[in-house]
Design a protein around this ligand. Structure first.
Ligand code: AMP
Ligand code: GLY
Length: 430
């Protein structure tokens, strides 16, 4: 089977690595890929994964390539091409593609849509309102005493959420999005939610239009610095599973969130085939959905796929073809931990092109895989090429073992300005 993976981050490296282990995969391309993805080989025939210099948003060229090469399955990593309708475009041309179509991708591309959907279908979420009008938005934040999350409606690179603890802060956040338009057209509307307190977890469910198969829980570390200090990032590290939900509690959350979500999708003619990734706050009154994403998390994918025992090609085909009802997900016992190595200055300005050393020494440790995110090849050298550079991922019989391994591997890797958190998965050990 010929497979095209779209995207170039750590998530896509993990997807490619796992797909390359499938006996069904005979050729894999990745557009636009990174240095680590280009270094992967297929288990079935030893061939290399091929990088394709086409941007993830260049839908016409991606479709033309898939047509010319008769690609059997295209796998979409990032949110942008999904929101642009890549799935509809490919399907319209008779090309098989995995991911939600444009209507289904609205769960991520519009927070106003998602919030209203949750309210229509009784999915537990924060008390919230959606606004275009500054005065009405301000009045709502005042009614919450200023303790709220002000969110730009559309995609904003994970930066469109402003957490506020006072009325002046909330008014400033509303101005930022609705008046100053700091997020452009993504901020024509805002969703304002009450501020929820509790432990935050990532849920993932693989969906096929009628069935949703829930993964174990994971937890991301979104702030740049230890102790959840500093600026919000794309994610500085993850671990799986978390100790915050028993299997029973997870199944219960699945019933509370996914059952009404599936019923709502059926009622509204939404055919969701892909990953639904709800960000959930475990509050004193139960789990509440903060937001939906319509794709694999990054770096959640890195810890999930190092524990997944199923053949990923078979799973994605079952998702595309509506056959998940007869599929059971199997997970390696124990835990996985991913520690992100970022460029100095990230999530602000950072340098690129710094040589990276110690990659093979890190992967010399058993049960370690270094997923590349922002890397490139310069001659034979691997150099930094983004904010998040690597996701050093390890697995083991326990969270403590996996964590020690991930840090031992991370400490063998060096590049100028290397930045990492030292407390990934610490919450899970307590
Ligand atoms: P989102 O992109 O909507 O998940 O928001 C980004 C981050 O902001 C989340 O991961 C949470 O840590 C935080 N957040 C979002 N909404 C709320 C809320 N209603 N209450 C508390 N924290 C929130
Ligand atoms: N881990 C955060 C995200 O993928 O949105």
């Amino acid at each position: 089977m010929k497979i095209l993976v779209i995207g170039s981050g750590g998530r896509e490296h993990a997807l490619v690595w796992k797909l390359a282990q499938s006996p069904h995969a005979s050729r894999i391309w990745c557009a636009p890929a990174n240095a680590g993805i280009a270094g992967e080989r297929l288990v079935s025939n030893g061939s290399s994964v091929e990088s394709l210099p086409i941007a993830a948003e260049d839908l016409p060229r991606l479709a033309a390539f898939a047509r010319e090469q008769r690609v059997d399955l295209t796998v979409v990593g990032p949110d942008n091409p999904l929101a642009l309708g890549i799935v509809d475009l490919f399907q319209g041309e008779g090309l098989r593609i995995w991911g939600p179509n444009q209507k289904a991708a609205q769960f991520e591309s519009s927070k106003v849509f998602s919030q209203a959907f949750m309210e229509r279908h009784g999915i537990p979420t924060a008390r919230a309102g959606s606004f275009e009008d500054v005065g009405a938005a301000r009045a709502f934040t005042d009614s919450l005493g200023g303790r709220c999350a002000v969110k730009a409606d559309g995609l904003a690179l994970g930066k469109g959420v402003l957490l506020c603890h006072s009325v002046p802060e909330a008014h400033e956040a509303i101005d930022e999005i609705l008046v100053k338009q700091s997020f452009g057209t993504a901020g024509r509307k805002v969703v304002i939610q009450e501020l929820l307190e509790g432990v935050e977890v990532s849920l993932h469910a693989l969906c096929d239009g009628t069935t949703a198969r829930l993964f174990p829980t994971s937890q991301d570390h979104k702030r740049a610095l230890d102790g959840d200090q500093g600026l919000n990032t794309g994610g500085m590290g993850t671990y799986c599973p978390t100790p915050f939900m028993t299997e029973e509690a997870l199944a219960e959350a699945g019933r509370a969130i996914l059952d009404p979500w599936l019923r709502g999708c059926a009622a509204e003619g939404i055919d969701f085939r892909g990953i639904l990734y709800p960000g959930v706050m475990l509050t004193r009154t139960g789990p509440k959905v903060l937001e939906f994403n319509a794709r694999f998390g990054d770096p959640e994918t890195q810890v999930y796929l190092t524990r997944l025992e199923n053949d990923l090609v078979e799973l994605l085909e079952a998702s595309v073809e509506g056959r998940l009802g007869s599929v059971e997900l199997k997970w390696r016992p124990g835990a996985s931990v991913c520690v992100v190595l970022a460029s100095g200055g990230y999530p602000g300005a950072y340098a690129k092109g710094r040589p990276i050393t110690g990659l093979s020494e890190a992967e010399g440790i058993a049960d370690v895989k270094v997923f590349h995110a922002g890397t490139a090849l310069r001659g034979l050298d691997v150099v930094t090429n983004g904010g998040r550079v690597l996701g050093v991922t390890a697995w083991g019989a326990s969270l403590a073992v996996a964590r020690d391994r991930a840090y031992a591997a991370a400490d063998r890797i060096a590049f100028e300005g290397r930045q990492l958190r030292r407390d990934i998965a610490v919450k899970g050990l307590r």
